[in-house]
Design a protein around this ligand. Sequence first.
Ligand code: GLU
Length: 449
Amino acid sequence: MNAYINSVIERVKKKYPEQPEFCQTVEEVLSSLEPVVERHPEYEKVDLLNRMVEPERMFTFRVVWQDDNGNWHTNTGYRCQFNGAIGPYKGGLRFQPNVNPSIMKFLGFEQTFKNSLTGLPIGGGKGGSDFDPTGKSDDEILRFCQSFMQALYRYIGPDVDVPAGDMGCGGREIGYLFGEYRRLKGVFENGVLTGKGFSYGGSLIRPEATGYGSVYYLENVLRDDGQDIKGKTIACAGFGNVTWGICKKATELGAKVVTLSGPDGYVYDPDGVNTPEKIAYLVTMRNSGRNKVQDYADKFGVEFFPGEKPWGVKVDICMPSAMQNDVHMEDAKKIAANHVRYYIEVANMPTTNEALRFLMDQDDIIVAPSKAVNAGGVATSALEMSQNSERLVWTEEEVDAQLRNIMNTIYKNSVDAAKRNGLGYNLVAGANIAGFERVADAMMQQGVF
Ligand code: GLU
């Protein structure tokens, strides 16, 4: 390993022993960059890598809200403005009890590379709160979102930082957040948030974009492997917005999603989550706030496996689409033993580094990294920003065509970057390198700070 890269990884690990997720992503990304860093000794001269692993700005704020019984609760809000070299900070807000500085920094770091890979002018950011939306009433969500925005509104803006949704933060929450921003600032700056409702500046296809984009990316992989998506079986995880989009697009293209998962276990539906009723039920389940996938098994009479993950199911394609570190070594071994050919990460960093290395080392498995596969979501957010600044509305066909085009370009740029650097067909390293190169170029041209 290149000595400079190694020193940065070691420094981060030593400095942040209490931030394991952040250390994990730094190690995964930087260890791909060896050929590029060796070709550019000037990077070390200006200490580019240590600058890249340090967020430009990160802050916490107090979020106080009242529940329906009149009791007050205090949560921590976060915004990590990781890297703004190529555009305003851009990235979602995650509302989940496990949100902490490590999760925020890992997501912000990944977002920086992902957003760069889209080729669009968006920097990397992430935010959220340790607030738990499970079981909260609509009024409680409203009060929480209003309080969250009362603290955040001074630090964001259409040319500054543009938050969006992430886990626990969907269209309803974005609506409440935007309403409060508008009330506080007295301006209709709808480019400040993405994932909005269509009536006030949201983009068509944005709700579907992450799932659709990941299937468009998958189509590229299959095509280069001489395969067709038609008839393929897919194991998904989660049952949120991303998995919903995958089910919709996979169904349209003749593939079948046969598993879903939740914190309570997984369901196996051998016929596929492929009827309008089943697909719509994913939205109902999410909106119920119960956070239980067993509801699907009860409703459609399929098998439910409490406390288990779907990675032992024999399928053609695995698409971990739930959360970080969902797939560990023991799961990876099951995937390899089942001769799953395509391991397509969808959630941010769904694989431990050890499991990812193991899967990449298998000759018969093709591995695609989340920062490329799920980039269609944030790319479509950038298209939403364009429509907002132009005061225009693009048709569904226009947005979908652009999304498909962006996903094809991301795939192609990743393949080319790996090849150019003598790494063969390596989609993981290719995405890291292509994402890095653009941010590195911009930082080099903007002087040292
Ligand atoms: N949270 C999503 C992501 O991780 C979307 C971010 C956005 O649209 O800004 O990319």
